[in-house]
Design a protein around this ligand. Sequence first.
Ligand code: ZN
Length: 346
Amino acid sequence: MAHLMSVRRSVVLLLALAGLVGFLDASAGDADHLYKSCVEKCEQSGCVGDQCFQHCKFSSDGKPVDGPWYMQEPLYLRWKQWDCRSDCRYHCMLAREEERMTLGGKPVKYHGKWPFLRVNGIQEPVSVALSALNLAVQFHGWLSFFILLYYKLPLRPDKKTYYEYTGLWHTYGILSMNSWFWSAVFHSRDVEWTERLDYSSAVALLGFSLILALLRALNVRDEASRVMFSAPLIAFVTTHILYLNFYQFDYGWNMKVCVVMGIAQLLIWAIWAGVTRHPSRWKLWVVVVGGGLAMLLEIYDFPPYMGFVDAHALWHATTIPLSYLWWSFIRDDAELRTTTLLKKVK
Ligand SMILES: [Zn+2]
């Protein structure tokens, strides 16, 4: 979430790099030999302790090892792609974490993720709920922006808005709603295709909001200059998304790209907030500073409290009030530009 990043840039950049190192060698849990042998045994027996899993009665190509076809799981359960291996991994993780706790140990990551407790097959219920709330806030912001422009503020004789950034903010709203939608899907079930869609949507949003920051802060209003500013960025972001999806899903490189794009637009908004006499510039400051503090949560990754609330979930919580304020700034901006332009006409 683009504009929602830090103010102490250099500190944050360093922390981000530190976080990157932590991110790359995060999975102590699945390297543990007790966990490994548990998963191996489970995949053969279909059980961990006295708990046994239905999926393990089927071979990997989905054909039942014993029993007729109607014994297979219904499709609506299979879309979640729970299979024997993922069931075994989950329950071995729980068993191993319980042992670790009784010995006074701290939680560790498994396959790059904290040990979360599932609710109805949803992997990170708190992050899913918060992503949905973010989606709702974005929708509310986008809708109120639309109503303000087309029903409350005067329109030009050709029925277009006076505000020059209407189309750009519409696209921004759509991209951010799309991004929160896939975030909710990804947090409910982390498989390859949900991960790709979540990452790609986030990169698209981040890239587009960088373009928007440039165009708004530099007051670029004619079509030709807008194309000149955005074409290289659109080309870069498109290439990056294609690279991630069709060449190599490189987490480290993607993180660098996102950090650079995030910090760039943050700097742009911060500098603009510093020089502009925009009456709502305090909202810009709150979003920039608040976003920076929130970003620390992304970097200081801590394990889920009670198996549910981790740093990432809290980060998704902080973006809710920030997005609300952000859309309020956008509405103020639309109003300000419209009244300024009308004064000029008169
Ligand atoms: Zn998330």
